[in-house]
Design a protein around this ligand. Structure first.
Ligand code: MCN
Ligand code: SMO
Length: 766
């Protein structure tokens, strides 16, 4: 009975679709107070007097706190922790002497209702002494002003990787393509903004923090660290989370502030982020400017790539260069490039700070590489498909070693895969050949174009993930994990694995997660890592539970353990289905100790962890067909194709759903989403009126196809999928638009390709 690999319906959807989900704002506790955050309205300033008297005098206002009132928050917010390549900085929970971006927390107000709180927030006055505002990487490099005073400049650090001898190799190139490309700042924009509820549990003594997060463990560690508490006294839970996309994958000021206030006030407190606040207070990502030279032979073979780029981090660098190293390592990774150099200057500016957003540095890399290939193809007189065929690493070259370490320090060895097959499949599904063969239409205002883009993705970063499988005497199986889900479908996929390994019915398995008390150690839902890390942990724990169940059942049925099969929730003697015992009865017997001896363990309760040696490598190709109106610059997506290899899919429907979601976000990055700042450091696209998210009618039919080359990193052959769909849409769509506008000879160098940008390019071309 194979449960893994089947497109079973998602266990979580019945409740969510029926409106029975429990999101952060659904939690209201007796006696609960509401916290609001006073935020900086200036991008870079010394902080003067903060006056809260008028706010405090308002009806229902209980308390007001500035940094000086909360000495327990004097430790800065701990950074990510895995990498430490950048300069040190201190990000305060509440600003002390200066502010570094519009939206930075300055003070907290507490009131009895959210409405009185909103009124009171408007009555706080803050004095600012303005400092020069830095809103671009060029001005960050050139300015005498320092965002972090202790630094000699505004450079957080330089990240780089080199293969071979790019300079020497470049000299031998027949043609060099040299371009400057820009990927705009955008953000994950989950439907549910962030929020935190905290209280001291008098029964257990724990500080309980319910937060809309992807990283329960990281938040737990940060709270314990700043408040000086044992980790055991802090319990972090996530309720249903309405999307995260990376934006909820690190610890924020409010996740430490709100529990601190719960302790101060000895009352439950809640903070719920508003959308306008979310635009300023939740991390952005993706702003990079690349200057790259690619050397080619006449036949399109790449001889060398030499590039520099600048990343605009905003005010703080909470994840160090995790995403930047992704850009560097992935820039040419599906292609054979013997000589490569990439150097990034990581700069701080007076904007909202950045952290990984779905794809985490890879969409930028794919944009640069796949744009350069199309530009080169035109210069060399080659078809964009042929230039890729010439350079894609072949299946026969696997396991390929590009000659670079991954960010975990391990030398990269690619997982089995066939990039060319994925690419050809995408071409076939979009009708590439037919499109190229089609006679040019009479030149009307609407032009059709097709674009393609390949990607490769290191997925499933370590360090580990674990699971605890427990068989209940009722026969129900509970799998305890600590990480939280944001919509990925973990309650379904991990239940599939547990059911299969244990021989239990899929319906009898429940995943209990998002609670650090459920399992002491874990990492979180990021880096497309859970399927390939928690998956094997669940499998190992379930397998061990089955082994123990078999020993106990053998005693109960008076047979040899080797003669038993576990199927559909019962263990029976091979060939004798009536000589059987239910899994629940075995669990009950094992818990009573009656037949304890064979296992030496009480109950059927097993825990296992999986530590990957390094990442798995997923890959794929995407293709877009677009129609561009040359009179208005409007782009309509006609069709979209996503081919992805996630190794063995646990649930193909869920993997396809992940691709759909990723593509939708990639379409936003390609065509409409942009966080624009003015020279004063004010976000001018700070609402959904100005920051355009794709809507249902902006999305075409998305055709997906899954390839299945098992990973060699874990025993289940799984590679990741969660971020993958979002990597290639930018370049695939930009390439399609440029193809549609080929007669005008324009070159797309920036994302998003908005109607205004197209209109401007066409005007210049004419
Ligand atoms: N899966 C599978 N078979 C595979 C690989 C994955 O069935 N071979 C399933 C997994 O079991 C899981 C889903 O696909 O249900 C995604 O798996 P994985 O790639 O391991 O990613 P994670 O579970 O670690 O989730 C994190 C990832 C990231 S990093 C971002 S960003 C993102 C994403 O998931 N944010 C999301 N997908 C999202 N989907 C939703 N709905 N909301 C988000 O915030
Ligand atoms: S951006 Mo995903 O949370 O790694």
């Amino acid at each position: 009975m194979n449960v893994v690999g089947r497109s079973l319906k998602r266990k979580e959807d019945r409740a969510l679709v029926a409106g029975r989900g429990r999101y952060l704002d659904d939690f209201t506790l007796p006696d609960m107070l509401h916290v609001g955050v006073v935020r900086s309205t200036h991008a870079h300033a010394r902080l003067g007097k903060v006056t809260v008297d008028e706010a405090l005098a308002g009806p229902g206002v209980v308390a007001a706190f500035t940094a000086g009132d909360l000495p327990e928050l004097s430790e800065p917010i701990p950074a990510y922790g895995q990498l430490k390549n950048f300069r040190d900085y201190a990000q305060p929970v509440l600003a002390r002497d200066k502010v570094r971006y519009v939206g930075e927390p300055i003070a907290a107000l507490v009131a009895d209702t959210p409405y009185r709180l909103a009124d009171a927030l408007a009555r706080v006055t803050v004095e600012y002494e303005d400092l020069p505002v830095i809103t671009s990487t060029e001005s960050a490099l050139g300015s005498a002003a320092r965002i972090h005073e202790a630094w000699p400049d505004n450079l957080a650090g330089v990240s780089q990787r080199i293969i071979g001898e790019p300079e020497a190799a470049m000299r031998a190139a027949d043609v060099i393509v040299h371009e400057r490309l820009y990927h705009a700042r955008s953000a994950g924009m989950p439907i549910e903004p962030r929020g935190v509820v905290a209280y001291e549990d008098r029964l257990t003594g724990a500080l309980v923090v319910i937060t809309s997060t992807q990283t329960t463990y990281l938040v737990r560690g940060a709270i314990a660290h700043v408040l000086g508490l044992p980790v055991e006294r802090v319990r972090v839970l996530a309720p249903d989370v309405g999307g995260g996309f990376g934006a909820k994958a690190q610890t924020y000021a409010e996740e430490i502030l709100v529990p601190a206030l719960a302790r101060r006030l000895q009352r439950p407190v809640k903070w719920m982020e508003r959308r306008r606040e979310h635009f300023l207070a939740t991390c952005h990502d993706r702003e990079q400017t690349h200057e790259v030279r690619v050397g080619f032979r006449h036949d399109g073979t790449i001889v060398a790539i030499d590039g520099t780029f600048q990343a605009d981090f905003g005010a703080y660098t909470i994840q160090d260069d995790a995403a930047i190293l992704n850009t560097i390592v992935h820039l040419c990774s599906p292609y054979r490039v013997a000589h490569y150099r990439s150097v990034c200057q990581n700069l701080v500016t007076n904007k909202t700070y950045s952290a990984a957003y779905r794809g985490a540095g890879r969409p930028e890399a794919a944009f640069v590489m796949e744009r350069l290939l199309d530009i080169a193809a035109r210069r060399l007189g080659l078809d964009p498909a042929d230039i890729r065929r010439r350079n894609l690493i072949r299946a026969a070259e696997m396991p390929y070693r590009p000659g670079l370490p991954y960010k975990d320090g391990v030398d990269i060895v690619y997982d089995p895969g066939d990039f060319l097959a994925a690419f050809e499949r995408a071409l076939e599904l979009i009708g590439y050949r037919e499109h190229r063969a089609r006679p040019a239409r009479p030149a009307g205002p609407r032009r059709i174009g097709v674009g393609v883009a390949c990607y490769h993705q290191g997925t499933a970063l370590g360090p580990y993930e674990g699971a605890n499988v427990r068989v209940d005497p009722s026969g129900q199986v509970y799998v305890f994990v600590g990480f939280s889900s944001q919509g990925q479908g973990h309650a379904t996929t991990f239940a599939q694995i547990a059911a299969q390994e244990l021989g239990a019915p899929f319906d009898a398995v429940t995943i209990v997660g998002a609670d650090t008390a459920a399992l002491p150690y874990g990492f979180g839902a990021l880096a497309s890592r859970l399927a390939a890390n928690a998956g094997p942990a669940v499998a190992r724990a379930a397998r061990e539970a089955r082994r123990r169940a078999t020993l106990v059942a053998a005693t109960m049925l008076e047979c040899a353990p080797e003669d038993l099969v576990s199927e559909n929730g019962r263990l029976h003697v091979v060939g004798l289905p009536e000589r059987s015992v239910a899994l629940g009865e075995v669990a009950r017997a094992a818990a009573k100790g009656k037949v304890l001896a064979p296992t030496g363990e009480a109950g059927l309760n097993t825990c296992a962890y999986f530590y990957p040696k390094t990442v798995t490598w997923a890959f794929g190709a995407q293709a877009a067909a677009v129609e561009v109106d040359v009179e208005t610059g409007a782009v309509r997506l006609l069709r979209y194709v996503a081919v992805h290899d996630s190794g063995r899919p646990i649930n193909p429907m869920i993997v396809e759903g992940q691709l759909h979601g990723g593509v939708a976000q990639g379409v936003g990055a390609a065509l409409m989403e942009e966080l624009v700042y003015d020279a004063g450091g004010q976000l001018v696209t700070g609402s959904f009126m100005d920051y355009a998210l794709p809507r249902a009618d902006d999305l075409p039919e998305i055709t997906t196809a899954l390839l299945d080359h098992p990973s060699i990193i874990n025993e289940l052959g799984i590679k990741g999928a969660g971020e993958s769909g979002a990597i290639a849409p930018g370049p695939a769509i930009a390439n399609a638009i440029e193809d549609a506008l080929a007669p005008f000879g324009i070159t797309i160098r920036e994302l998003p390709v908005t109607p205004a940008r197209i209109f401007e390019m066409l005007r210049e071309a004419r």
